[in-house]
Design a protein around this ligand. Sequence first.
Ligand code: FIX
Ligand code: ZN
Length: 416
Amino acid sequence: MSHSESRSALGARVETILTATPVTDIHTHLYDPAFGDLLLWGIDDLLVYHYLVSEAFRWLELPYDKFWALPKARQAELIWDALFVKHSPVSEACRGVVTTLHALGLDVRARDLPALRKWFAQWKPADYITRCMELAGVKSICMTNSPFDDLERPVWEKGFNRDERFTAALRIDPLLVSWGDTAPILAGWGYQASGSLTDRTISEVRRFLEDWTRKMDARYLMVSLPPDFDFPADTTTARLLAKAVLPHCRDHGLPMALMLGVKRQVNPALRMAGDGMGRSRLVALERLCALFPDNKFLATVLSRENQQDLCVLARKFRNLHVFGCWWFTNVPVIIEEMTRMRLELIGLSVTPQHSDARVLDQVIYKWRHTRRILARVLTDKYADLAETGWDVTDADIQRDAQDLLGGAFARFCAKA
Ligand code: FIX
Ligand code: ZN
């Protein structure tokens, strides 16, 4: 913003450049089209998204099991009626559906679910993927890939031609959080793993991780952990991390992504919508970063109260890369606060957002809403600098936007 450039002209420049900068979406629950029906898309899947299920149950009176017994289309109708017809769709997850429909060129004023369904029915997944990625400005999508998922595993075992827009990340929650149930599963797959963590078991867990890292061409490993996760600790989780997972990651130069603060199944009747959250003990992450300097950690935390601590940790440890506004933090009020805090405390070596999309079409709203906030925050920062005469060129803005939308992440992953 030179003396002659107004704030709104600077803002327009930033917004235009951000919109034109393609993003690497580093954490989603979407699938390469080779996984067939596992890739969710379309209006009914948008409506039965678990974020909307928990909001709809604020209004619905039918018992949980009656809801789950209904076919997906009927569930979608109940949610549509409760959240879009009987009330205004102001929550972020509801607004997301409206943003998405509007961006796809649909008339949202009509509020006509049968008409929307008709429109979606014309699409073939292959074309629709391209359309959604175009509208979202997404160039690559990282999946969440679990060998423990019975629907997903056979596809990897059989092999398939990869769609180069989709990259993989190896998800290992069952291994780290329920070893008692997981050891026999590994044994059934031919790994000599037993319940107690003998040297033999550890080396077999490493062999399992090697096999799946290779099969998937995984870009990183990942786990979500409860608020009380501690390290070091005399727990199976901590020991498996220290002895098997982190040595594996180090030897392969792969980051370990830690998603901290989820309290699974606070209300099991809500199924996937029944998870809650809590404040994490970030001293555990501090010790991991300090004790494993040759490992790289990606981290995102669910609790708003943890966000400043996480930024300060990133200032202390260059083997830590902060990413995303995860789940319950993925609402404008918190995204804006977190993004400002991160830029002010860390600068541009962060990845401010991931979509966490479970339904393909969601990438459209998740990235539109995020780009709008990013533009506002960046514009404020540049405007503050401009008061001293420090003007940013378009090339400066482009470079910064690229860092935030995937460049800083790529550099972190490539680091020795
Ligand atoms: O652990 C995760 O990857 C979470 O993102 C999911 O478990 C969660 O259900 C979700 O979709 C949040 O956005
Ligand atoms: Zn997720």
